[in-house]
Design a protein around this ligand. Structure first.
Ligand SMILES: [Zn+2]
Length: 162
């Protein structure tokens, strides 16, 4: 990772499985943004099977691409103190100026529409096939990610409490 190289799927899965063997996971655990590819999902399934565990639910938080691009392009960051804002959801007192340190705010390259669209392309190629993968296993649950954050959170919690 230090060399900026990709970590092989088996190594990632080994690290994850080591972690879920720890005591604070006895009542369950949630992976956020993992697995991201079919090979990772397959490696995870067999590694969990080896320790008599399995995934109960795969939660797909569904948000249309255009919605994601809009949300990201509204983000503003202060490169001086690291504070982050959103034009709509976390506005600053003075537009374009950091509340904390009064520096000028920027739209980070990561949040620019062209960058977001590139990442969405990777997502659709590599990660979206997981939806069918978990649907075929009968454990896929869909959550409407366009609702506000508290509602999305309680929707996910109510699935996990089943
Ligand atoms: Zn600042």
């Amino acid at each position: 990772m230090d060399q900026g190289l990709l970590v092989p799927d088996e190594l990632v899965v080994d690290l994850v499985v080591d972690r879920v063997k720890q005591e604070d996971c006895v009542n369950g655990y949630v992976f956020d943004g993992f697995p991201r590819t079919i090979p990772q999902a397959e490696a995870l399934d067999s590694a969990l099977k080896a320790i008599n565990e399995k995934i109960d639910f795969a939660v797909n938080v569904e948000v249309p691409d255009s919605n994601i691009v809009d949300r990201m392009s509204g983000r503003r960051a202060c490169l001086n103190c690291g504070a982050t804002y959103h034009l709509e959801h976390i506005p600053t007192k003075v537009e374009g100026i950091c509340d904390v340190c009064s520096s000028e705010l920027v739209l980070r390259d990561d949040d620019k529409p062209e960058t977001v669209l590139k990442r969405l392309k990777v997502y659709h190629e590599q990660t979206q096939p997981l939806i069918d993968f978990y649907k075929n296993q009968g454990i896929l649950v869909e959550v409407d990610g366009t609702k506000d954050m508290a509602e999305v959170f309680s929707d996910i919690v109510s699935i996990l409490e089943q």
